[in-house]
Ligand binder design. Structure first.
Ligand SMILES: *[C@@H]1O[C@H](CO)[C@@H](O)[C@H](O)[C@H]1NC(C)=O
Ligand SMILES: *[C@@H]1O[C@H](CO)[C@@H](O)[C@H](O)[C@H]1NC(C)=O
Ligand SMILES: *[C@@H]1O[C@H](CO)[C@@H](O)[C@H](O)[C@H]1NC(C)=O
Ligand SMILES: *[C@@H]1O[C@H](CO)[C@@H](O)[C@H](O)[C@H]1NC(C)=O
Length: 402
């Protein structure tokens, strides 16, 4: 329990806003294990606040959350689109386990009965919670008339394209519900035409590359089947690190293999992805592959004594240390990146840091340490990304914290 309380987090701004808005009388629904399903089954979106009366920050957030519930209710009525619920963890340990709560307060997101892995990480203010909730309930699927309409999309997101006969069908309803969970990763589209031979869903990485096309062959009425398929297809093997997803990604706890690149340089990203797809798919279980805009993430770069001139540049961050891949061009030599990443588990990476097989010895040591024999050991630079992992001092992740 102590760990959770120590994770209680600061909320000054929220408190100020509360003083402005907390005069409202409405409240979020108090729920427990025996009646949470009533709320979850009858609302498309449910935000669930897990709190403890013994946590000061929970107590600060509670009136703000209640005020948001009240305002959202007066805006949307009991339309079944969304509801806010709260769980008193002092009385509901079972709920806490079921929803895998690691700190107070936590706001869980449940969309069409599916509990999202990601929690609400926005500002703990009335306005931010409301904006989030309203955006969440927007239709995740865009309608198109002709496939040509989609060619102009200049987004990096993957696409899922549906052809449905009828908007009011069970199949389309399942598509809409499943899509609401993956809208951060894919763009969802639909064309309705009663003349379609059948309902169909196709995934594409890019409209211009037909080789990336795959067709859903599961049960079109099953939200669960669709969700699984979206998870497999929409979440890329190599993700783009941003200030918005950094906390979520670091929370997975896997070492980060990061390509830092110039924002205009798409070639190195493609090459990096190609090598990973060809040689390193098995490592996915143990590491996260990421690309990062080297200008945006200049701080971890300079930490490794790198500048824009050194891009593109690959490094591993283990949350203990950062290890630079010595020569970017080695990426093109079969097996080199695999060996570099593989050396993480074998312990070679640390060893080689000193003796230099993969990592560059020119990098300045961050720390010095004396071994038993009074031999000077140099350690690689300390991790920059460990700061991004959830901490008791922080709620949201902002640029200056890096
Ligand atoms: C749900 O159960 C809790 C106790 O676990 C109770 O306090 C609350 O009033 C119930 N909520 C509803 C909406 O019935
Ligand atoms: C629906 O499909 C039929 C047959 O493919 C086509 O002739 C018709 O123009 C389509 N209707 C719309 C509204 O796109
Ligand atoms: C696809 O190709 C067209 C021209 O063939 C181009 O205008 C468009 O930008 C391309 N779209 C993407 C996402 O690459
Ligand atoms: C497809 O999924 C729906 C909803 O889960 C279910 O009712 C139906 O039995 C499934 N159909 C098949 C053929 O499995």
């Amino acid at each position: 329990m102590n760990r959770k309380f120590s994770n209680c987090v600061a909320l000054a701004l929220a408190l100020v806003l509360c003083q402005l808005f907390c005069s409202t009388t409405g409240e979020s629904y108090q729920v427990g294990m025996h009646n949470v399903s009533e709320l979850v089954d009858s609302n498309g979106l449910v935000l669930l606040l897990f709190y403890s009366n013994r946590c000061h920050y929970s107590m600060q957030l509670l009136p703000i959350f209640d005020a948001a519930a009240d305002q959202l209710h007066s805006r949307l009525g009991g339309s079944g689109q969304l509801a806010l619920g709260k769980v008193n963890c002092d009385e509901e340990p079972e709920m806490e386990n079921y929803y895998d709560i690691g700190k107070y307060p936590t706001i869980k997101i449940v969309r069409f009965q599916h509990v999202s892995k990601n929690e609400y990480r926005g500002q703990r203010s009335l306005e931010a919670i409301m904006v989030f909730a309203i955006e969440e309930i927007q239709d995740p699927i865009q309608q198109f008339v002709s496939l040509k309409d989609l060619y102009d999309l200049s987004s990096h997101k993957y696409l899922v394209i549906g052809h449905y006969q009828d908007k009011s069908s069970v199949e389309y309803d399942a598509y809409r519900k499943a899509a609401s969970n993956l809208k951060d990763h894919c763009h969802f589209h639909v064309n309705f035409n009663a003349s379609h031979a059948q309902n169909s869903l196709t995934f594409r990485q890019n409209m211009n590359h037909t080789e990336s096309l795959s067709v859903f062959t599961g049960n079109m009425s099953s939200q669960e089947d669709l969700l699984n398929w979206f998870h497999e297809t929409c979440i890329p093997i190599v993700r783009t690190l941003t200030f918005y997803n950094a906390e979520e990604i670091t929370e997975e706890g896997k070492p980060l293999v990061i390509l830092f690149h110039h924002p205009q340089d798409t070639t190195s990203r493609k090459d990096f992805e190609k090598v990973i797809n060809a040689e390193l798919i098995d490592e996915l279980e143990y590491v996260n592959f990421l690309t990062a805009d080297g200008n945006l993430f200049a701080s971890p770069l300079s930490h490794m004594k790198k500048t824009e001139a050194d891009l593109p540049f690959i490094a591993i961050d283990t949350f203990m240390h950062m290890y630079p891949f010595r020569n970017y061009d080695d990426l093109h030599k079969p097996g080199m990146l695999k060996q570099f990443v593989g050396s993480l588990s074998s312990g070679d990476l640390h060893w080689n840091y000193h003796f230099g097989d993969f990592v560059e010895s020119a990098s300045q040591p961050e720390e010095q340490e004396y071994g038993d024999d009074d031999i000077l050991f140099t350690l690689p630079p300390i991790s920059k990304f460990k700061d991004l992992r959830p901490s008791k001092h922080r709620y949201t992740f902002a640029r200056d914290e890096l």
